[in-house]
Ligand binder design. Structure first.
Ligand code: G6P
Length: 616
């Protein structure tokens, strides 16, 4: 989704801004722009506001800025993911009003009302965006003698909605202003130069010292200093964090795509995430935070809130938590829960699951739960210092490393690994986990990275199936029990990146509708582990065969299932019992990846999708 970079330095900041935008490309965008106070190749010493924007890739913007010899010592830049107004040059950020220029992430809800007021004052609008309102508003508050900082604060006080903004003004060529409410923004501290960005990865090439702004903060960023005022107007010092993110972690290495890299990184990502229990004989509630022992003992149920792939992780966890820990578990799509009149249970543990920790709906769902009096919260997330982690009482940071591909892969399997630990801990606190069972499960978790590596070896077989899938327009995914959410995740992966219409069904539901769609043109994927439902699933598969449907079955080694007329089988190397859904995810990711490649799609940046959905 939208990305922001800002910089003030004694050198030309254009390369820093453009590199920052490139590192934010993974979030998904449709246009990009940059504004600097400087001008042509004069080293950026002048303070004329110069702006360049383009639709398409950052590389286009880079070409343009080279052609125009853009240079400056202070500037802001943006990748836009269209919400208000189509993707076009005129709607791309930065937006300007006189000598003021603004980039913005989020949505301003009262933009119509503000636009009408500004029009009445004589402001003319050149775009269809809500952001242009902010530019004119700041300009209108920039009376003589008012600093840009004060004008931004006066303006943000009138905004309703979510925003992270960075603002430059030709009246103040040595400082820019950054402010946030409901959308993430951080400052990067350099030596005699300072930066701002919506995501730490944008600044990895210039600094590792970061300040995460809090909601309502407004910061003035100058060459050798930053000044922050909080929501109440008080001057505040925010802690400086040393970012662990290395430039190498976000580089492609020998892989063609980030998705390919991230699929193959899963054994390591899971091993890193489980490091804290790798040598342990038992699980401890402390894994989830200092207060976890008490809180997990007090809760009587679990409510999981998440979106997209993370929601599927929650759905898998429900089978584990109810089946092993024996306490009720509900799983809700965050965007539904936040607007539903639900019956709150103050003794429920509210678990948010999120790769980014900044998904607007998940964050709002957590806030909604808190407003309803649900006081116990746990966040499972892959991004340190993210808004969701900070808003939660208990937390577990998955250690998947940066996930760049829009389609989530290693974040999902690491979330599942943590949800197994949560299940074990909840069961243990309730006296439902014998020492023997605990030992067995820890052993399986320790074996998990190797088991994942073994599954990756079936890639050549999956690739052959993908060639055929790439020629179809539709596909059906079937699973039962705990593998039903895995079927959903397989269908989601396929549609996200290959644009093949895919649906998942609990195999027992087949006869209640989707069988009508099955014929020889409908490839059907079945997830067939050797579990208690295997025989039932086999009957469902017969129903498909009887209608001419082509079956593609991922079966466990010990099912002894073999291929035949209209049935193709790939045998999974390991049978993982409780952890089986984690292993069965891998071939479905590979199927989607190779089908998308065969169709010539941009695997890492699928159309219309964003990595972090920071708007509602
Ligand atoms: C977007 C991403 C998905 C992700 C979902 C939830 O749709 O493209 O890959 O699953 O957001 O994101 P989160 O960061 O909260 O896990």
């Amino acid at each position: 989704m939208c990305g922001i970079v800002g910089a003030v330095a004694q050198r030309d900041v254009v390369p820093i801004l453009l590199e920052g935008l490139k590192r934010l490309e993974y979030r998904g965008y449709d246009s990009a722009g940059v504004a600097v106070l400087g001008g042509a190749a004069d080293g950026g010493a002048r303070s004329t506001l110069c702006r360049l924007r383009s639709t398409g890739r950052v590389a286009e913007l880079e070409k343009l800025s080279r052609a125009e010899a853009l240079a400056g010592r202070i500037g802001i830049a943006h990748t836009r993911w269209a919400t208000h107004g189509v993707p076009s040059e005129k709607n791309a950020h930065p937006h300007v009003s006189g000598g003021v220029s603004v980039v913005h992430n989020g949505i301003i809800e009262n933009h119509d009302e503000l636009r009408a007021r500004l029009r009445a004052k004589g402001y003319q609008f050149a775009s269809d965006t809500d952001t242009e309102v902010i530019a004119h508003l700041i300009h209108s508050n920039l009376h003589s003698g008012t600093s840009l900082f004060d004008a931004v604060r006066a303006s943000t006080a009138q905004l309703v909605g979510a925003y992270a903004i960075a603002v430059v003004s030709d009246g103040e060529p040595s400082r820019f202003v950054a402010a946030r409410h409901g959308a993430p923004l951080l400052l990067g501290l350099g030596e005699g130069e300072n930066f701002a960005a919506s995501d730490a990865s944008a600044l990895v090439q210039v600094t590792s010292r970061m300040i995460y702004l809090e909601d309502g903060d407004c910061a003035e960023v100058a060459l050798g200093s930053v000044r922050i005022i909080d929501a109440k107007g008080a001057a505040v010092e925010r802690p400086v964090h040393a970012s662990q993110l290395s430039a190498a972690a976000v580089e492609l290495g020998p892989y063609r795509h980030y998705m390919e890299k991230e699929i193959h990184e899963q054994p390591m990502a899971v091993a890193n995430t489980l490091e804290m229990v790798s040598g342990a004989q038992s699980v401890s509630a402390q894994l989830f935070g200092a207060e976890a022992e008490r809180i997990l003992g007090e809760v009587d149920s679990v409510l999981i809130l998440a979106c997209g792939t993370s929601y599927h992780a929650g759905m898998v966890a429900r089978y584990w938590i109810e089946g092993v820990a024996g306490i009720p578990c509900n799983v809700e799509i965050a965007s539904e829960y936040r607007y539903r009149a639900s019956v709150p249970n103050p003794k429920a543990l509210v678990v948010t699951v999120s790769q980014s920790g900044e998904t607007a709906d998940t964050l709002a769902a957590l806030q909604h739960a808190k407003q309803l009096g649900q006081r116990y919260s746990l966040c499972i997330c892959n991004v340190p210092e993210s808004a969701l982690l900070r808003a939660s009482e208990l937390r577990f940071l998955t250690r998947a490393g940066p996930e760049i591909g829009v389609a989530s892969t290693k974040a999902f399997t690491t979330q599942l690994a943590v949800l197994v630990l949560l299940t074990m801990t909840l069961a243990k606190v309730r006296g439902r986990l014998s020492r023997e069972r605990e030992g067995e499960l820890l052993l399986s978790l320790r074996h998990l990275p190797t088991a994942l590596q073994n599954v990756l070896h079936i890639e050549p077989q999956v690739k052959m199936w993908a060639e055929k899938f790439a020629q179809h327009q539709h596909a059906l995914f079937l699973g039962r029990g705990i593998h039903y959410p895995i079927a959903m995740e397989g269908a989601l992966k396929l549609k996200e990146i290959s644009y093949i219409h895919a649906e998942a069904y609990a195999a027992g539901e087949l006869k209640h509708g989707p069988l009508a769609l099955v014929d020889k043109h409908m490839p059907v994927v079945a997830i067939a582990p050797k579990d208690a439902l295997f025989e039932k699933l086999k009957s469902n598969l017969q129903e498909v065969r009887a209608r001419g449907g082509e079956l593609h079955v991922f079966a466990d080694q010990d099912t002894r299932m073999t291929g035949g007329d209209g049935i193709q089988v790939i045998r999974m190397p390991d049978h993982a019992g409780l952890l089986s859904p984690i292993l069965h995810t891998i071939p479905l990711q590979l199927l989607a990846y190779h089908a998308a490649l065969d169709r010539g799609n941009d695997v890492d940046k699928p159309r219309n999708l964003a990595k972090s959905v920071t708007v509602e």
